[in-house]
Write a protein that binds this ligand. Structure first.
Ligand code: NDP
Length: 275
């Protein structure tokens, strides 16, 4: 069993990106929109801001009140779209329920949509001419490449179909010539399908859900899940790492696998806004 070490790869990329950013004539400028006071959204924007700071990328956080109307939000996005200084805009999830996040994503100028979550960018990815790929799948593709894991012709199973992870992940694997199956909460006989996977990506948000009998011998297992156990407060993935590790050829640990790749892949997209 080999560990796919996201910390090592993201640190290496950070240094590469640092010198690239230093040499850029025009620097990216990121605006992160955060709405309301969700604790996770606050942590993620802080972490993204910290990485931008370390790499010399200017950014601001636009913190909007939780009772903002959809019209006010769209007009804030319009303002940022029209501001030439701003090269990148993202909206941190989750946002209050009364707001339509898909409409907000679609209002962002596609050239500034660094999260790649607008219909335009997701559509381009589905059509195999990606511009901005969502950061988590992009980071996973980087990990597979760094560990020289071949995708072409391989049976790839993605468990989870969110717009943020599962769907774009499946598109990335398909674009890399994998043979892709997508599973979700209505999938029947999940284990029969996951057992066929040469490459299994799991993004469901269910602690230790994938067990040893759901994995093929020698599979590559990518665990996207981040779950905090109530009793111990420990962070675990969607895969039962201890049960599964000796059966697979490669596995991403949680924490330290996919997680560190997400922010660095956002930086990769940020650089693209000025190239
Ligand atoms: P969502 O809740 O948006 O989507 C979960 C998906 O899993 C849905 O498609 C759902 O199916 C499916 N699902 C749920 N239960 C099952 C089940 N028992 N069997 C099969 N499929 C199931 O989550 P996200 O995609 O946003 O995130 C998934 C996990 O990844 C979370 O733990 C999240 O914290 C983590 N995450 C980690 C990131 C990182 O950087 N490492 C980044 C983003 C997310 P259906 O569509 O039918 O409801």
């Amino acid at each position: 069993m080999g560990i796919i070490d996201g910390k090592v790869i993201s640190s290496k990329l950070k240094e590469e990106f640092r010198s690239k950013i230093d040499s850029l004539e025009k620097k990216p400028f990121l605006v992160m929109i955060r709405i309301g006071d969700d604790a996770a959204a606050e942590i993620y924007t802080r972490l993204k801001g910290k990485t931008c700071l370390e790499l010399g990328i200017p950014y601001t956080e636009l913190h909007l009140k939780s009772d903002i109307t959809q019209e006010e939000l769209l007009s804030q996005i319009d303002e940022l779209n029209n501001d030439d200084k701003v090269t990148a805009i993202l909206i941190e999830s989750p946002i209050p329920y009364h707001l339509n996040i898909l409409e907000a994503f679609d209002r962002i100028d596609p050239k500034k949509d660094v999260d790649g979550l607008s219909s335009y960018n997701l559509g381009n990815l589905a059509g195999n001419h990606p511009i901005f790929t969502p950061a988590t799948p992009l980071g996973i593709m980087t990990l597979l490449k760094e560990y020289r894991i071949e995708i072409e012709g391989k049976k790839c199973v993605v468990v989870g179909r969110s717009n943020l992870v599962g769907r774009p992940m499946a598109m990335c694997l398909l674009n890399a010539n994998g043979t892709v199956t997508i599973c979700h909460s209505r999938t029947k006989d999940l284990a029969d399908i996951t057992r066929q996977a040469d490459i299994l990506v799991v993004a469901i948000g269910k602690p230790k859900y994938i067990k040893e009998d759901m994995i093929k011998e020698g599979a590559v297992v990518i665990d996207v899940g981040i779950n905090r156990l109530e009793e111990t407060k420990k962070i675990v993935g969607d895969v039962d790492f201890d049960q599964v590790k000796d059966k697979c050829s490669y596995i991403t640990p949680v924490p330290g696998g996919v997680g560190p790749m997400t922010i660095i892949s956002l930086i990769q997209n940020l650089i693209k806004t000025v190239e």
